[in-house]
Design a protein around this ligand. Structure first.
Ligand SMILES: C[S@@+](CC[C@H](N)C(=O)[O-])C[C@H]1O[C@@H](n2cnc3c(N)ncnc32)[C@H](O)[C@@H]1O
Length: 328
């Protein structure tokens, strides 16, 4: 199945492409956003994806839009270096649409899905430490923390204990092997509509791909790369990610998150705001959710870059977990 772009009309409205713009689509995927951006205005688009398979999906855009479109392979946290290689040091807009595409989920060999038998892989870049490495070697406590914090899974300890018990007999190689173990750990499906392994798979995928680290790095890179009046648009599917984007934009626009509901917007002291005009779309349209279940949990936040310098302080990730290399 192909990937249905989420909140596409809102993305275009907030991104506001116009002739002469240089726009970074930091999560190219199937190119749904890139194509619509290129159709909306006579602009240039750099599509970034860390998945080498994106190359094949980018070919039609090359034929349809010629040198107005270029695909760059790498993580979006490195967008400045990637576009610098193309001779650009400033851009008009950046869009990020987080997570994995339907292409990746549907391909059993990538190991993202608990519904398809495949190697327990989950690496977007097809490189580095896999989910199997993590599940077979991490400490029980680290596994439980990852599953609890990134999956928001209340049964994380039981799941981690079951994984460690079962891997002593034979190591985890496949997706369904892990899905069955999680199901056993929580005592079966217990009438639930969602598969009991949903949150565990999400947590492992986010950890293996350092998705929160990438988001923090991507937001700061976009802040540095966007010129004055540049638009930043971020679509998230996970509450931790949405909170990160919200607090990044609240910080950078000089609005502290309200300590009191009677004073919801306090103006912060500190560097001059690097963003203004912060907006959000908190839910997709009903018709979109009916047509695309994946859209259900989507949230969009956007802001416009001011002329102030990018802030130099690091933007902290709100969960406290060791890094991938530390747990192995
Ligand atoms: C949800 S899909 C994007 C779909 C796209 N908007 C479309 O309309 O077809 C996310 C894509 O971004 C890529 N991706 C996720 N995190 C990334 C990162 N940190 N750096 C680069 N690419 C990333 C994934 O490999 C995937 O192809």
């Amino acid at each position: 199945m192909s990937h249905i772009p989420v909140m596409l009309d809102y993305v275009i409205e907030h991104l506001a492409p116009s002739a002469g713009d240089v726009i970074v689509d930091g999560t190219f995927g199937g190119g749904g956003y890139s194509r619509r951006i290129l159709e909306s205005a006579d602009c240039v688009v750099f599509g970034i994806d860390r998945d080498p398979d994106a190359k094949g999906r980018a070919e039609p855009l090359g034929s349809d839009f010629g040198d107005r479109f270029t695909l760059l392979n790498g993580p979006f946290s490195e967008m400045e270096a990637l576009v610098a290689e193309e001779g650009k040091s400033s851009v008009s807009a950046v869009v990020l649409d987080l997570g994995v595409s339907s292409f990746q989920l549907d391909e059993a060999g990538r190991g993202f899905s608990f519904m398809r038998e495949g190697p327990l892989d989950m690496r977007m870049s097809q490189d580095g430490i896999s989910a199997a490495d993590l599940v077979n070697h991490a400490d029980e406590k680290d596994l439980a923390d990852i599953i609890f914090q990134l999956g928001e899974e209340r049964d994380s300890r039981r799941i981690a204990r079951q994984i460690v018990r079962e891997r002593a007999d034979s190591s985890f190689e496949t997706t369904l092997q892990l899905a069955d173990t999680v199901e056993r750990a929580v005592g079966g499906r217990r009438g639930k509509r969602t598969h009991p392994a949903t949150k565990t798979f999400q947590a492992l995928r986010m950890f293996v791909n350092d998705e929160l680290g990438e988001l923090a790095g991507g937001l700061m890179a976009a802040e540095r790369l966007l010129g004055e009046d540049g638009r930043l648009v971020v679509v998230t599917f996970h509450s931790i990610e949405d909170r990160m984007v919200k607090s990044f934009l609240a910080d950078r626009s000089g609005k502290q998150e309200g300590g009191s509901r009677f004073m919801p917007e306090q103006v912060a002291s500190g560097p001059a705001p690097s963003f203004e005009n912060v907006r959000r779309v908190t839910a997709p349209d009903v018709a979109e959710v009916a047509a695309n279940a994946r859209a259900r949990s989507s949230r969009l936040r956007s802001a416009v870059r001011t002329s102030a310098p990018a802030w130099t302080d690091e933007f902290e990730i709100p969960v406290n977990l060791p890094s991938l290399s530390e747990v192995l």
